[in-house]
Design a protein around this ligand. Structure first.
Ligand code: DX5
Ligand code: ZN
Length: 213
């Protein structure tokens, strides 16, 4: 069964608690939290206090996507704040392997993500070590962008690796996901969607449409 991870970037922050409860009631599998530092990406979103606040009402795992430089400095703090899955960008540090080990040693699941311009081969050396790959189908930094179809081959490549090498690996896709674009991502396991879910009149139906492809 496919999973859905609504991105809180598109929610109404004034009513964070109600927004989280709304998507949980509608069947969210995970909650996706986009942390942006204004350096790795040209936008600043939120950080540790919001992760801690979300944890107070979360009944599903917190899926934290770190778009920050020097992620190694903050892993412990994000796990302590309540992150269950911590995904870092392969471009954001030269200590990828050490950071992944640290995330796992702290008891969280470790993910690696990559920008659209980064070849999937950048992730290859770590496939045995990580729990998840987050394939970006938009340039990281902002919600509400259009899905990049040219990134789908990364999902398919990962799916082949996973099958051939019998890897225990989850494939997550993030950016511009809706009931149409999801149809191109059938080889992914988890769909992140912000705008499509939070701006929908019927978040349950929206999530069901993603899950039941
Ligand atoms: C972009 C973020 C995404 C974003 C997705 O940097 O990683 O998670 O919130 O938003 P939508 O679904 O609106 O493209
Ligand atoms: Zn994200």
């Amino acid at each position: 069964m496919k999973k859905v991870s609504p991105s809180l970037l598109a929610c109404d922050f004034l009513h964070l608690s109600d927004e989280i409860k709304k998507v949980q009631l509608a069947g969210a599998d995970w909650l996706h939290l986009d942390v942006m530092d204004g350096v790795f990406v040209p936008n600043i979103s939120f950080g540790l206090p919001l992760v801690s606040a979300a944890k107070k009402v979360a009944t599903c795992p917190l899926d934290v996507h770190l778009m920050i430089v020097k992620p190694e400095k903050y892993i412990q703090a994000f796990v302590k704040a309540g992150a269950d899955i911590v995904t870092i960008h392969v471009e954001s540090t030269n200590q990828v392997s050490q950071v992944v080990s640290e995330i796992k040693a702290l008891g969280a699941k470790a993910g690696l993500s990559l920008r659209p311009s980064t070849p999937i081969q950048a992730i290859e050396p770590y496939l045995d070590q990580i729990d998840l790959v987050l394939v970006m189908t938009v340039e990281p930094g902002f919600g509400g962008q259009s899905f990049r179809q040219d990134q789908v081959e990364k999902i398919d490549w990962l799916y082949n690796q996973k099958t051939q090498r019998q890897l225990d690996l989850l494939i997550e896709v993030d950016g511009g996901i809706n009931d149409q674009t999801v149809l191109m991502c059938k080889n992914a396991d988890i769909f992140v969607a912000g705008t499509y879910i939070f701006k929908s009149d019927n978040p349950k139906l929206a999530m069901d449409k993603l899950r039941l492809i």
